[in-house]
Write a protein that binds this ligand. Structure first.
Ligand SMILES: *[C@@H]1O[C@H](CO)[C@@H](O)[C@H](O)[C@H]1NC(C)=O
Ligand SMILES: *[C@@H]1O[C@H](CO)[C@@H](O)[C@H](O)[C@H]1NC(C)=O
Ligand SMILES: *[C@@H]1O[C@H](CO)[C@@H](O)[C@H](O)[C@H]1NC(C)=O
Length: 701
């Protein structure tokens, strides 16, 4: 202490430097400064000079100017989360050579310039998640030689150029989840010798980026789930240290049994929720302990007998639930014996032909302007100013990517010979019209992407011949209604995306018996006919948020016995009446009622809803009181924040209930005045029980 005093004294630092900015709270003993949520529009120009931790979260900074932190050279922690930052000028952090943690999450940054992070030579942890980053210049991280953890999740990255991460020689954990990455250049991940964990899930990768990932010789865990890949070819995965690999929820049809041969350390593989229909013993995976095959389409018949024998002898734990035949349907593979895996009427030879993966040596044709990748059976003709659907695709093509062209109309029979295609991408193509029979011949089509076009109507015959279609994306088009007959040729449809169209009302949608997920967010829906969802007896998720409903469409919810998630957020619903959710009370688990301007929830509004409700969102409304919630005993998430609760005796039951929960609730009192801002959980209701009427009198005085 004395030393510090002397130091300050000796250097005669001007008093101004040690002043605490008016809106901030300074803890000079521990060198913390907090100016969170003060609506500051710039970084305060002075600060206690020895400040080590500075929290500016929740302000309104827009631009971080060059040398913004010149007055605080001792900073180790800087929090700029949720500050509406759009631009970081070059050299903004140049004076912060001691900074260890920098949080820039939840801002609106679009570009990372080459010198954005100059000077941060000690930085360990950089958070850039939830921004609008489209581009990062190679070299941007050049000076971050100590960085350990980098999070760029939830941004708009499409392309990772060569040498992007150059300089990050200590980087351990890299998160790139939830972007739109579809191209990874060969040298993108060069020079990351210490990377142990990489997350690339929820992107748009169509094939396994073998070359780029092979550079990561130290990588142990790789998350690649939720990318639209269809095939993993031989030796695709060449990562010498890799132990855990996640490839769940993709569009995989086929995995070569030699796919993992060059990754000999692998011990955990998750390929759950794909479209795999058969599997052979995996070659060269001596360390494998666990393989997840849940949610695929693998029948337990003679085709997998060899696999089962391999599982039994190698002691790999495998989760696989039989997709058939009928007598084994949904049985776990563990419960069966290899000798019982038989193929009824078909001779074994047929299957061997079906599963053979040898390549035909002859050179395959490929349409002009397209790139045909024969190993993964993908064709890409993305952004080529095409005006007509190219012809002459290789016959074994599984995925066709035609995004960002200008087709206007898709004529009948455009894909006539494409009987192996599983996934067809036609986003951003200025399509106005799909002619009847447009997809004729596509008898294996499962995923059809038509987002971001100008389609306003559909004839049911459009889907003729594409009867395996399960996932249909029609979001961001010009529909004013859901075409009445559209499901006629879609007997297997599971998921329909119609977000961000201009649908105004919902009436009968016929024949969608297998539909599980219906997304109608961001339309103009103001009425839902009672019969709107007739026959949708498999519907599990219904997104009606961000529309113009002014009441819960309870009548239309009848006959939806499987509905487990209902989103009604951002509709101008003021009241929720008694029994609003009664028709779905047995199945409902997740209910979204936030941001609606709700004034009142009737006493018996939640009747029927009980312990199976897992999440309930009621934040950002105008509720002063809520009915008894005792029956909600299985909640995992609830959000009651930003409601003006009136903490008088009427709220005592809510208070008591909240106190019995061990989850965060967020309810605060707004009235009466002396309780304003207090948590409902902590508010005192001690006088209520016996003196309810007294209290009322007092209030009136
Ligand atoms: C916050 O600051 C911005 C611009 O400086 C201003 O437009 C806005 O009204 C302020 N909000 C509050 C709540 O003070
Ligand atoms: C296997 O996958 C299923 C479906 O994704 C998942 O629910 C389960 O937890 C996974 N098992 C393990 C051990 O990771
Ligand atoms: C509840 O909602 C508020 C307001 O939208 C949000 O800030 C908060 O993070 C939410 N809390 C939880 C636990 O989800």
């Amino acid at each position: 202490m004395l030393a510090l005093y002397l130091l300050v004294f000796t250097f005669a630092i001007p008093v101004a430097c040690d002043r605490c900015p008016q809106v901030c709270v300074c803890d000079n003993l521990r060198n913390f400064v907090t100016c969170a949520k003060k609506n500051l529009s710039e970084v305060p120009s002075f600060m206690p000079q020895y400040t080590e931790k500075l929290n500016l979260q929740g302000n309104y900074l827009k631009v971080i100017e060059s040398r913004a932190f010149i007055s605080t050279p001792y900073l180790t922690h800087l929090n700029l989360y949720k500050c509406s930052i759009e631009t970081i000028q070059e050299g903004a952090f140049r004076s912060l050579g001691r900074l260890l943690y920098l949080n820039l999450g939840y801002n609106s940054i679009r570009y990372i310039y080459q010198e954005s992070f100059d000077g941060l030579s000690s930085l360990l942890h950089l958070n850039l998640e939830k921004n609008h980053i489209e581009e990062i210049r190679p070299g941007a991280f050049n000076q971050l030689g100590f960085l350990n953890n980098l999070n760029i999740g939830n941004n708009f990255l499409v392309y990772l150029p060569d040498m992007l991460f150059q300089g990050l020689i200590q980087l351990n954990v890299l998160c790139l989840s939830n972007n739109m990455i579809n191209i990874i250049s060969y040298e993108s991940f060069a020079a990351l010798p210490n990377l142990k964990k990489l997350s690339l899930d929820h992107n748009e990768l169509q094939f396994f980026p073998t070359d780029a990932l092979s550079r990561l010789s130290g990588l142990i865990k790789l998350e690649l789930g939720w990318n639209p890949m269809t095939v993993i070819p031989e030796e695709a995965i060449q990562m010498t240290s890799l132990k855990q690999l996640y490839m769940n929820n993709m569009a995989l049809q086929e995995i070569s049994f030699k796919a993992f041969e060059k990754s000999r350390q692998i011990s955990f593989i998750d390929i759950s929720n794909n479209q795999i229909s058969t599997i052979q013993p995996l070659a060269g995976v001596k360390q494998l302990k666990y393989l997840n095959l849940t949610g695929n389409r693998i029948p337990c018949d003679c085709q997998i007998r060899q696999f089962k024998e391999w599982v039994d002898s190698s002691k790999v734990k495998v989760d696989l639930f039989c997709f058939g035949p009928d007598h084994f349907h949904r049985d776990h593979l563990d419960s069966l014996r290899a000798i019982d895996l038989k193929c009824g009427q078909f001779p074994v030879e047929t299957y061997n032909i079906l599963t053979a993966t040898e390549k035909t040596p002859e050179k395959k044709k490929c349409p002009l302007n397209c790139n045909c990748k024969s190993d993964v059976k993908h064709v890409t003709c993305d952004n080529k100013l095409l005006r007509q659907i190219p012809q002459g695709f290789p016959i074994d093509t599984i995925l066709i990517d035609l995004r960002r062209n200008k087709f206007d109309v898709i004529p009948k029979g455009s894909f006539l010979d494409m009987k192996n295609v599983v996934s067809l991408h036609l986003q951003h193509c200025d399509i106005r019209e799909l002619q009847p029979g447009a997809f004729l011949g596509m008898k294996n089509l499962v995923y059809l992407y038509l987002s971001n076009n100008q389609i306003s109507d559909l004839n049911s015959d459009v889907f003729q011949g594409a009867s395996k279609l399960e996932y249909l994306f029609l979001d961001h088009n010009n529909f004013v209604k859901v075409p009445k007959e559209m499901f006629v040729f879609l007997p297997n449809i599971l998921s329909l995306h119609m977000e961000h169209n201009s649908v105004t009302s919902l009436s009968d949608m016929t024949g969608a018996e297998k539909l599980r997920w219906l997304y109608l967010t961001g339309n103009n829906i103001n009425s839902v006919r009672p019969s709107a969802f007739r026959n949708m007896k498999s519907l599990e998720k219904l997104y009606l948020d961000d529309n113009r409903l002014n009441e819960v469409p309870s009548h239309a919810l009848k006959g939806l016995p499987m509905l487990s998630e209902l989103r009604l957020s951002k509709n101008p619903i003021k009241n929720i009446g008694n029994g609003a959710f009664l028709p779905i009370s047995r199945s409902l688990q997740h209910l979204y009622l936030n941001d609606m301007g709700l004034l009142k929830v009737s006493n018996r509004a939640f009747i029927g809803l009980g312990p199976h409700i897992k999440s309930l969102f009621i934040e950002n409304n105008k509720l002063e009181v809520l009915p008894d919630m005792k029956s909600f005993s299985g909640l995992e998430v609830i959000n009651l924040s930003n409601n003006p609760f009136r903490c008088d005796c009427h709220l005592k039951h809510l208070h008591r209930w909240i106190n019995g929960l061990n989850i965060k609730v967020g309810a605060t009192c707004a009235v009466p005045n002396h309780m304003k801002g207090q948590k409902v959980r902590n508010a005192l209701f001690s006088t209520c029980e016996e003196q309810t009427s007294d209290e009322k009198n007092k209030k009136q005085e």
